[in-house]
Design a protein around this ligand. Sequence first.
Ligand SMILES: *Cc1c(COP(=O)(O)O)cnc(C)c1O
Length: 391
Amino acid sequence: MSVQIPVAKPLLDEREVEAARRVILSGWVTQGPEVAAFEREFANFVAAPHACAVSNCTTALHLALKAVGVGPGDEVITVSHSFIATANAIRYCGAVPVFIDIEPDGYNIDPDLIGAAITRSTRAILCVHQLGMPCDLARVMEVAGINGLPVIEDAACAIGSEILHDENWEKIGKPRGDIACFSFHPRKVVTTGDGGMLTTADPEYDRKFRLWRQHSMSVSDTVRHGSREVTFESYPELGYNYRMTDVQAAIGREQLSRLPEIIERRRHLASIYAERLSNIPGLEPPVEPHWARSNWQSYCVRLPETADQRKVMQALLDRGISTRRGVMNIHLERAYADPASFRRTSALKHSVAAQNEAIILPLYAQMTEDELGRVVDALEDIMVHHPAMAD
Ligand SMILES: *Cc1c(COP(=O)(O)O)cnc(C)c1O
């Protein structure tokens, strides 16, 4: 029996170990100079005027929503077809997520459905670049502009993904929406263990993020530490402890320096998948619009409606291949059983179908072409011969 192929695997080695070691021995381990350097390098990478590091993407989303003024009783238009944190962050503000469907042939928000979901209570649009594939931000921005609504991008999965803008490829996080939020969880393309980043062009938003992430303390501990005069801090408003540590940031800086190489490798593997999977009848590989370049955070394929998703996944697992089902639907979870916890504008049939018919195949930078071949061969064998397909 050959070794198990995982669905994802972070790329970490002695470089990250050395970075963490350097910080630990420096004696300054929480948010400090490494966080500041990571923010500068990240801002530079995506070409954003401001980047603010936080503890994870969920806290980033919370601060972003709060910054654009989302509060109790407000509505925020988003998708149910996402990780649960997308909608949870809206509820942290006391607001109501309004779920609209995804596009029939992809996994992202359908911009045509936004207009009809807008009410007097709508305060913002929270779009998601799902699985690293850019959503149609230009069209989201168009509807938002007409209605005077701010746009927050949940770019948790989309570090290094690109959108064509006026014939130039731009990284997600270069401000087009008002604020973009990123994740450094190990399931994403680069990791700091846990971690998040907010990018924006608005200095006032950035100032708020920096205040709120550190208990709204008027003087940061780096400033107080370096001061020659006794300083007393104050707390002008409610804040949070949403800091990233310097240990995480030092790891993040190493990860960021590897990112171009990681993305190149992922794109190469994805192109081999696309070519080889196109020979399997009934299987739909993901579609990349001409104006988008995915980082392929996840490689998601659609099985025929008649296939038994769970049995296909089990048959793959029996052959040593881990997969995950398509992206969840938030509105179907127990945490959203209370009808007052959300609103939706339709049955969300494309979102539900994507959850039940898609599977995520293994993809990671260290994956060999042999391993990829094993995945394709196993999937082909199952699609052609396995009883899971006959249901
Ligand atoms: C992973 C993820 C999040 C949450 O990120 P954390 O850093 O784990 O908080 C939010 N939204 C989406 C779409 C995600 O995939």
